[in-house]
Design a protein around this ligand. Structure first.
Ligand code: ZN
Length: 116
């Protein structure tokens, strides 16, 4: 009952080996399933990475006690010290002081002739 009849196996192999439209459909179906199985972990990994980045951008760490929190409150729930503002882009954006206008921080470069 549980065994697959040998005649059906022969028909299946014949469909796969012979260049018939039914065999092409079976091969295309198998190829599509294979591609889906290959692409699924990549897609899930990408979605997970994006979700992790969004989560990471929302997490704020208390400077006094080191507690990480996702709450939108201004104060740490553990020690009560003020939390830093939600820095976007991680530590690199934190280092840039955007209180100054860009024209004030422009570096002037003078050309000089250097004798060899
Ligand atoms: Zn704290």
């Amino acid at each position: 009952m549980g065994r697959f009849p040998p005649l059906l196996w022969l028909i299946l192999i014949g469909l796969l080996l012979l260049p018939t439209p039914a065999g092409r459909v079976l091969l295309d179906l198998a190829g599509g399933l294979f591609l889906t199985l290959l692409a699924l972990p990549v897609l899930l990994g990408g979605a997970g990475w994006i979700g992790w980045k969004i989560l990471q951008s929302r997490i704020r760490t208390c400077e006094a006690c080191g507690t990480s929190t996702m709450s939108s409150e201004d104060r740490c729930a553990v020690c009560g010290s003020p939390l830093p503002k939600n820095q976007k882009g991680g530590t690199s954006a934190q280092a840039v002081d955007d209180s100054l206008p860009a024209s004030d921080v422009t570096i002037d470069i003078k050309a000089e002739d250097v004798d060899p």
